[in-house]
Design a protein. Structure first.
Length: 254
């Protein structure tokens, strides 16, 4: 275990920069805080690069051999964390090679920009039995502190893919037999939908503009939830949750 006591230490400066998207992209890494998130990371397919602990933190969770562990005084540990009252343990995780989105049940996000929505959709997809999420360019960063907190650890149980072109990625899946479901206000009634294949991708659109025309063009189903009250639309994460659970309710439990 190595002790780092200076705010100007190069490692500390690098970890502090992980609070910002630019720092995460430059380093190909992100930071998670708290014992639950650290345990989730250690048991996932994501490579853990370093463990950071506050001087008064104990006991340590079981660690893989050779994992670097750094002990930091409170003021230094606080400086690298995003939360106001960190629990005393954090981990630096590599984001260079996340496990890709694979499996019969996937979600695609088309420029969903709110970190809370992205995190909630990841968590709900995990709970509903989906295997992965596909992110278009322009989505909120799934590795930002706010998004990570919203996932409650589900980010480590989902495959994540970041294609340069979402329409091209959807076309590739459609050619493999996937149905592509576009959730949009001018679609067909969701609860009267035609049969959906056992392998499908549910697309969730941007909070203000919905699903882009190029992405809609790849859909095999265009569906809308009923609006029986006065609201014109639903929050993106809420709508996604309703659809995910209804689409999987007839599937056998794992």
């Amino acid at each position: 275990m190595e002790s780092l006591t200076s705010l100007k230490n190069p490692k500390v400066l690098a970890w502090r920069s992980l609070k910002e998207r630019r720092g995460r992209e430059e380093q190909g890494a992100f930071l998670v805080e708290g014992i639950k998130m650290v345990r989730e990371a250690l048991s996932s397919a994501f490579p853990v690069e370093a463990l950071l602990i506050r001087e008064d933190f104990s006991p340590l969770p079981p660690l893989p051999p050779g994992l670097p562990v750094y002990q930091l005084p409170e003021h230094v540990f606080q400086s690298v964390c995003d939360t106001r009252t960190p629990q005393g343990i954090a981990a630096v995780i590599s984001s260079r090679t996340p496990p890709p989105a694979r499996g019969p049940l996937l979600v695609a996000l088309d420029q969903v920009q709110d970190p809370g929505n992205v995190g909630t959709i990841l968590r709900t997809a995990d709970a509903a039995g989906f295997q992965g999420v596909i992110f278009s360019p322009g989505c909120a960063d799934p590795f930002s502190p706010k998004t990570l907190r919203s996932t409650m650890g589900s980010v480590f149980r989902m495959g994540l893919s970041f294609p340069a072109s979402l329409p091209e990625a959807l076309r590739s899946f459609r050619e493999k037999g996937f149905d592509i479901l576009s959730s949009q206000l001018d679609g067909d009634p969701f609860y009267q939908r035609p049969p959906v294949a056992s392998s499908f991708i549910l697309i969730v659109g941007n909070e203000g503009n919905g699903i882009s025309p190029a992405v809609q063009a790849e859909a095999t189903h265009r569906l809308r939830l009923p609006m029986r009250g006065g609201a014109e639309s639903l929050n993106a994460a809420v709508a996604a949750g309703i659809m995910m659970y209804d689409l999987t309710r007839t599937f056998p439990s794992p």
